[in-house]
Design a protein around this ligand. Structure first.
Ligand SMILES: [Ca+2]
Length: 215
């Protein structure tokens, strides 16, 4: 009996060694490694907005030039422009990974809600009323174009909105719901801009900085 027990103890390690041998790939070269696993990672990106030209190159200094109006003694006039053109496309890129998160693309005065249009010695308001100056943005008339093979599902153009200081300090250009592609990318052009120029506004070229933000 004692001899049999000893034989069993010896036999067990031999069996394990034999199994290991069978599961090693290329088992005929027991100590060499001639195969490797390549690993590469694509990290998710971020949500962002850019203004690009027709060749999809970032525009260095985007501008919107409104049509000129002529000095008027008595009545306010509207100067109009277009935000987003074929040579200055607004490109919303959502390179986030994981489950889709809703986003909005807004525009606000770069210098804050007390900023004014400035030109020559004069100023002009962008968020007051027709007698002091007010900018209205209508993104609904623009055109949204998905890039690559994405669709416009879940992406909505904003409605016509006037800036009102302290009340409406930013205007929604686009919004994406959780049903929008993620990742996804869209080009947008053609938002209508209208600035009410008060009567007696002195002749000059006025400018104001606006910033697009995707959040
Ligand atoms: Ca103001």
């Amino acid at each position: 009996m004692k001899l049999l027990d000893k034989q069993k103890v010896i036999a067990l390690p031999m069996l394990l060694a034999s199994m290991a041998w069978l599961f090693i790939p290329g088992a005929n070269v027991a100590l060499a490694s001639n195969a490797t696993t390549l690993s590469t990672t694509v990290n998710a990106g971020t949500l962002g907005v850019d203004i690009v030209d027709a060749g999809n190159v970032t525009v260095g200094s985007p501008t919107v030039t409104f049509g000129a109006v002529t000095f008027n003694f008595d009545t306010a006039q509207n100067a109009t422009g277009t935000l987003g053109t074929s040579s200055q496309k607004i490109r919303l890129s959502n390179a986030r990974g994981g489950a889709a998160v809703a986003w909005t693309l807004t525009m606000a005065a770069t210098g804050g809600n007390t900023t004014l249009w400035t030109g020559g010695a004069g100023t002009l308001d962008f968020n007051s009323n027709s007698s002091a100056g007010q900018l209205t943005v209508d993104p609904s008339v623009g055109t949204l174009t998905p890039t690559n093979s994405y669709t416009s599902t879940g992406v909505t153009k904003g409605s016509s909105t006037a800036f009102v200081q302290g009340t409406t300090d930013s205007v929604t250009i686009l919004s994406g719901s959780t049903s929008a592609s993620q990742p996804g990318r869209w080009d947008y052009i053609g938002a209508s801009l209208s600035e009410s120029i008060p009567a007696l506004t002195q002749a000059a070229t006025y400018t104001i900085g606006m910033t697009l933000t995707a959040t």
